[in-house]
Design a protein around this ligand. Structure first.
Ligand code: SAH
Ligand code: SF4
Length: 383
């Protein structure tokens, strides 16, 4: 519930409307987890709420996988009877994806280090505040259970769409992870990326309602949030109308230098080809220094050749947008017949773009050993 809904709920119980604001403060700012703990409300009202069956609907972190690189992957369980879990990821030092978009100094993360391929271990112990350090952390959250978009390289696609998440379930993932790491909003630097399972723009209303909760009630900045879309044009058009106070930054999963290849790896391109996506993106009024991110997954032999880089550079320049490119080396998954690009190919690709004057960053794969990296999110264990 947002503040207005909480107000209506209180009024419905014969209470003054401002009790709704008190509730919002308690639930979202102070992040109190049970009705009894909301001491700003009179005891009698708390008892009445409890008696009527009201609960603080917090999702539960049902399982934690910890990577050798410090990344944590969570199975987050909602409170609906279907008991479905979604996945969220905590990256203590980000993954470099936020580099160069006008709000972060990403220089430190521009280069990807070598991958350590070690088995992930299961961990239930909550991390301590010390793990937050002074550096930024990035939380990656899901917008749908599964995904209907069918990108050929993505593990989540294999699930198909199971259902949309509610606004509470989307924002709840964030709050659960903030709590686990003792994050103090306003003090600690956290970035949020809507890049987990699902296509946010195919669950637009719930996605934006979650953003508004996170901005207006939890207190996170939309300039530290990035939503990634596979290019759902009607969603981008609606997004362009959102006021800057609540609009996250935008990332487009481009993943190919032309329509022919894109239609092959992302069949959605047949419905909304590159030019139509770019046209929709042009309507977004960027803040000063803000950039559009084009994500580009490098598929070995398929999209990682020097001629692809040159064509991509021309494409990005042609858009005339203030933009940067985030390169992501493809992360493998069972039953997907692509190959990881060779590291020399990645480097040549990066250099070609840079030489063409296109701002380019390499996203560090995080938590590959625990299937937490981009495109690897799929329920592998039931919570
Ligand atoms: N559905 C949205 C957001 C989630 S996917 C979207 O597609 O944009 C987040 C990013 O991971 C996308 O840019 C996607 O192209 C990328 N991705 C998907 N599968 C991947 C894989 N196996 N390896 C690397 N990146 C992948
Ligand atoms: Fe869905 Fe994004 Fe995966 Fe495509 S890449 S299948 S849109 S989650």
């Amino acid at each position: 519930m947002n503040a207005e809904e909480l107000r209506e709920c209180m009024v419905g119980m014969g209470e003054p409307g401002w009790r709704g604001r008190q509730l919002a403060e308690a639930l979202y700012r102070q992040r109190i987890v049970d009705v009894e703990g909301i001491t700003t409300l009179p005891k009698a009202l708390r008892q009445k709420l409890a008696k009527e069956g009201w609960q603080v609907g917090r999702p539960r972190i049902a399982q934690v996988f910890t990577s050798v690189d410090g990344t944590e992957r969570y199975l987050v369980q909602g409170q609906t009877p279907d008991g479905l879990t979604v996945e969220a990821v905590w990256m203590p030092e980000g993954d470099g994806g936020e580099a160069g978009d006008g709000f972060e100094d990403g220089s430190k993360y521009a280069e990807a280090g070598p991958l350590r391929q070690t088995q992930g271990r299961l961990s239930a112990a909550p991390a301590t505040r010390a793990s937050l350090g002074r550096d930024r952390a990035t939380i990656c959250i899901s917008s749908q259970m599964g995904c209907a978009v069918n990108c050929q390289f993505c593990l989540t696609a294999k699930l198909g769409l199971q259902r949309n998440l509610t606004a509470g379930e989307i924002a709840g993932q964030v709050v659960a992870v903030l709590d686990r790491h003792g994050v103090e909003v306003g003090k600690d630097r956290v970035n949020l990326v809507f890049m987990g399972m699902g296509e946010p723009f195919l669950n637009y209303d719930n996605f934006m309602a979650a953003v508004r909760l996170l901005v207006e009630e939890v207190g996170l900045s939309p300039q530290r949030m990035t939503v990634s879309t596979s290019g759902i044009v009607p969603g981008i058009e609606r997004f362009a109308e959102e006021p800057p106070e609540v609009r996250p930054k935008l990332a487009i999963s481009l993943n190919a230098p032309n329509d022919a290849i894109r239609s092959e790896v992302m069949p959605i391109n047949r419905k909304w080809p590159i030019e139509s996506v770019v046209d929709a993106v042009r309507a977004v009024r960027l803040r000063s220094r803000e950039r559009i991110t084009f994500e580009y997954v490098l598929l070995g032999g398929v999209t990682d050749q020097p001629e692809h880089a040159a064509e991509l550079a021309r494409l990005v320049r042609r858009t005339g947008l203030s933009a940067k490119v985030n390169l992501i080396a493809w992360n493998p998954g069972p039953g997907i017949a692509y190959t990881t690009p060779r590291s020399e190919a990645v480097e040549t690709f990066r250099r070609t773009l840079a030489a063409e004057g296109v701002p380019v960053y390499l996203r560090r794969p995080r938590g590959r050993d625990i299937y937490a990296a981009c495109g690897q999110l799929k329920r592998t264990v039931e919570g």
